[in-house]
Design a protein around this ligand. Structure first.
Ligand code: HMG
Ligand code: MG
Length: 310
């Protein structure tokens, strides 16, 4: 029998970020066809929100230069939200051309990371996001924000929950309807995750926040449980545990989406995702990249299915 807690939600929204966060750091260019095939497999598996592309400078992130071509080739599944990272108006215009359902402005709770990642201070980034936010709201495009380094920074070390809360306030002021609390370098632990969310929830309600956890220290699943207990019901993952930010040295991939779905199944929490199809999506992109999947749940699940079939 699945174990449920009254504090836990009956269902969660999973955002798979593998086509964007998962692939952006790959040195070898992944073809448009392989990116599109990955997106098709994710939507087929039932993923309700796919972070598909980013519209950033191709000099900064060459792997993401083909976002428009990718989106023009995707045969969209009705009801799925397709998201793109948009750091400025140039990115927003590309996102509009690509017909994105959601744009993501991305800042940081660390000044040093903000400079390294988007080449400006936190205050300057908020100014830059303002026209993007206004345009998205006017055009009826969903507006999400992602805040990096909420649980630690590769350059500054510890980041205070107070600093995270300040940036959250600015993103709320801009009109964001969803805000990602990101552990960019995967250094967070469950107690700290709770302290950050508790600080934020002194001013805002949990419904609009997500957990975007990288798994460098193997703490992401524990952090997700801690976040669930705080009332979070949106989680980001990347199939096969792909991912990493080019401007966060040493950061490993996102927590594997397969591992999140397996966790939720055990807790009796609905995701709407078929784990077999999801694990196959992870196995297939791993084959394309020429290395084994980092998802332990995905690999074990497929091995069990193969054993049962033989
Ligand atoms: P900049 O150099 O300060 O800005 O970059 P700029 O306006 O001077 O532009 C430089 C060049 O880029 C120009 O081209 C622009 O036209 C071009 P040039 O004249 O030199 O030929 N450009 C663009 N091209 C295409 N699309 C655009 C665009 N904007 C400018 N939108 C900028 C500032 C923000 C553009 C740059 O720093 C950048 O692109 N950074 C992106 C970094 C990035 O994508 N990082 C990874 C994603 S964040 C992440 O992974 C974290 C997350 O997962 C959460 C977590 O885990 O923490 C979300
Ligand atoms: Mg990330």
């Amino acid at each position: 029998m699945p174990v449920t807690s009254s504090a836990m939600p009956a269902s969660v929204k999973i955002v798979d970020v593998s086509p964007r966060d998962g692939l952006q750091n790959e040195k070898q260019l992944v073809s448009v066809a392989d990116k599109v095939a990955l997106i098709h497999r994710l939507q087929q598996a039932g993923v309700p929100n796919i972070e598909a592309v980013s519209f950033v400078s191709p000099k900064w992130v060459p792997q993401m230069a083909d976002g428009l071509a990718v989106m023009q080739s995707v045969q969209r599944k009705p009801g799925v939200i397709y998201s793109a990272l948009t750091p400025n108006m140039r990115g927003y215009e590309s996102a509009r051309e690509a017909g994105m359902d959601e744009v993501v402005i991305f800042g940081a709770a660390s000044e040093a990371f903000s400079q390294k990642n988007i080449n400006c201070s936190i205050a300057e980034s908020i100014e830059r996001f303002q026209p993007v936010a206004q345009a998205a709201i006017a055009d009826g495009v969903r507006l999400r924000a992602s805040i990096s380094c909420c649980l630690g920074c590769p350059y500054e070390g510890e980041i205070s929950p107070e600093k995270v809360a300040e940036v959250v306030d600015r993103m709320v002021d801009l009109g964001c309807i969803e805000i990602d609390i990101a552990d960019t370098i995967g250094v967070g632990t469950a107690g700290r995750v709770k302290r950050v969310y508790e600080r934020i929830f002194t001013r805002h309600s949990p419904q609009m926040f997500s957990g975007h956890f990288h798994d460098t220290y193997g703490q992401a699943i524990a952090n997700i449980v801690a976040a669930l207990q705080c009332g979070i019901s949106i989680f980001h993952g990347s199939v096969a545990g792909l991912g990493g930010c080019p401007y966060a040295q040493g950061a490993s991939g996102n927590v594997a989406t397969e591992d999140i779905v397996f966790l939720m199944q055990g807790l009796g929490i609905e995701t709407g995702i078929d784990l077999t199809q999801l694990a196959q999506a992870g196995a297939e992109i791993s084959r394309v990249l020429g290395r084994p999947s980092q998802s332990r749940a995905g690999s074990a699940w497929l091995a069990r299915q193969a054993a049962q079939a033989s």
